[in-house]
Design a protein around this ligand. Structure first.
Ligand code: FAD
Length: 479
């Protein structure tokens, strides 16, 4: 009799550990084909406002993650079948060719991802097969919540209070250890593309980058081990997390979490182990707290669906003041607004694909509340550039900052100058990314607009020439 065969369709779950879809497939089928499809729309299309949907930093990270997954599977006598195209067609064709019984995958929740999985499901029905969904993204399972997902509290604090003490976090699933059964049919594994195949220029090494992020489960697990056990940075996370320079001020788990190279449940279990060995403190708790934020935004995505992408966000309260101002947007993108703290962050983002949470909050607030540019343009630019882009975390945070999401405080406003002086008190961060301000003394580093002509000569920076004049009146932040 023919063996029962299944496909595991890897998506943003590029790992073997704690992978529910993989575990389910191996439990149900005798032979499992592992497949990853680079969705041509995700890797080559542009967004509504004209940005590459997946910028080069994230494209590179995903390619590395796929390479790593293939290597890990090869060590288990298996392989990863890699294709470029439309998953709903390619997986369907493979299912026909392989005569599988099911396709297993971890369910995604946002618009474009859901459409692909629905289309695939429909195609599979036509040949009597089905998609079996699992869950692999979060700490908490929808089924374990004390409320239906449609009743998830809209503020984080309320959400946290209702789940953290009462909902247990499930144990992560182990990775397969034994060699896997080979497929009884020959299939070409396929080449893994490079970023040039998606039309990107090579990535120049950037020595100022916080970390040289490498995609894949192997590197993700190494980072986890480093941050908890080797450096024990986790013990001081709460004090350092608002810093701006270097690899250690925060965990930097986000790119691995976004592509599923690390499971949040695995991080949580490791955190508990660490606390058992070295003691719990506010910092160790705060890592858990931040992972809850991540879950919260995903639940907001589930509850509110497409609303998170709309100008009015989850509240529907779109501001009439915001314009699609491409001229200001471009200055913001290029780090040429004349506000050093903003420009430094935006240049870091452009050159590395990553900025700190503090930086993200400031640049987002500045775009919306000082430049009055449509926040969706900023969110799309982030979507393109961020190495750790995650639909719910990105759009949810933008909703929050734009005042159309889950922020309980009305009209939250970031005074950029106060933020700059507080979080970059010596101007080191600004000078790191804006070398043209290298000679400006500390008292003026965050206010170059106040440099007199004589001071500009003295400090070798000519405003409007070497560094732009400011697009906003900075004096407003002094009061
Ligand atoms: C405008 C804006 C856009 C953002 N876009 C994204 C995005 O696309 N992808 C993304 O992963 N994060 C996003 N964030 C959240 C946050 O900035 C990053 O998760 C964090 O900076 C990543 O660095 P880290 O891994 O060192 O985080 P840590 O400070 O070490 O936190 C640990 C983990 O907790 C989670 N986390 C922390 N803060 C948040 C938060 N505010 N919201 C959701 N999860 C959080 C992340 O998974 C992070 O890896 C955004 C924040 C803002 C203000």
């Amino acid at each position: 009799m023919q063996k029962r065969r299944a496909i595991v369709w890897f998506r943003q779950d590029l790992r073997l550990h704690d992978n529910e879809a993989l575990t389910d497939a191996l439990a149900n089928a005798e032979e499992v084909a592992m497949v990853f499809v680079f969705d041509e729309r995700v890797f080559t299309d542009t967004t509504r406002f004209g940005f590459a949907k997946t910028g080069k930093y994230r494209a590179q990270f995903i390619i590395e993650a796929v390479q790593d997954l293939r290597q890990s599977l090869r060590k288990l006598d298996s392989d990863l079948i890699v294709r470029v195209g439309k998953p709903e067609t390619i997986i369907y064709e493979l299912a026909k060719e392989l005569k599988t019984s099911w396709v297993f995958c971890n369910r995604e929740r946002t618009r474009e991802e859901v459409k692909v999985q629905d289309d695939l499901e429909r195609n599979l029905w036509s040949i009597g097969q089905e998609v079996r969904y699992s869950r692999g993204k979060m700490l908490y399972y929808t089924a374990d919540l004390p409320f239906p997902v449609t009743h998830t509290p809209d503020t984080f604090t309320q959400f946290r209070k209702e789940v953290e003490r009462v909902v247990p976090i499930r144990e992560p699933l182990p990775a397969p250890l034994k060699p896997l059964t080979k497929l009884g049919i020959q299939i070409i594994p396929g080449d893994i593309p490079s970023i040039a195949d998606f039309g990107h220029d090579p990535i120049e090494p950037e020595p100022r980058s916080v970390l040289s992020f490498k995609g894949g489960e192997t590197a993700g697990v190494e980072r986890l081990h480093y941050y908890f056990w080797e450096s024990r940075c986790v013990q001081t996370y709460k004090e350092t997390r608002n810093e701006l320079i270097g690899g250690d001020y925060s965990s930097k788990f986000s790119p691995w979490l976004a592509q599923g190279c690390l499971s949040p449940k695995t991080i949580y279990r490791e955190l508990r182990k660490f606390e058992a060995a070295h003691g719990a403190n506010e910092s160790t708790y705060w890592i858990f707290f931040e992972l809850m934020w991540r879950d919260f935004f995903r639940f907001m995505g589930k509850k509110h669906g497409d609303k998170i992408f709309l100008k009015g966000g989850t509240t529907g309260a779109a501001s009439a003041l915001l314009r699609n101002d491409y001229r200001l947007l471009q200055k913001w993108i290029d780090g040429l607004t004349g506000v050093p703290f903003i420009d430094a962050n935006m240049r870091e983002l452009k050159l590395t694909g990553f900025i700190s949470n503090r930086g993200r909050q400031n640049v987002a607030s500045f775009l919306v509340k000082d430049l009055f540019v449509n926040w969706q343009m900023g969110a799309e630019y982030f979507e393109s550039m961020l190495i750790d882009y995650d639909p719910c975390s990105n759009w949810g945070n933008w909703n929050y900052i734009a005042g159309v999401g889950s922020d309980p405080r009305e009209n939250r406003y970031f005074n950029i100058l106060s933020q700059a002086r507080r979080y970059d008190p010596k101007g080191e961060y600004v000078k790191r990314w804006l070398p043209e301000l290298a000679n400006v003394p500390l008292e003026k580093i965050h206010r170059p607009d106040t440099l007199t002509f004589a001071e500009q000569d003295l400090h070798r920076v000519k405003l409007g020439d070497d560094y732009p004049t400011t697009v906003v009146e900075m004096e407003k932040w002094e009061h």
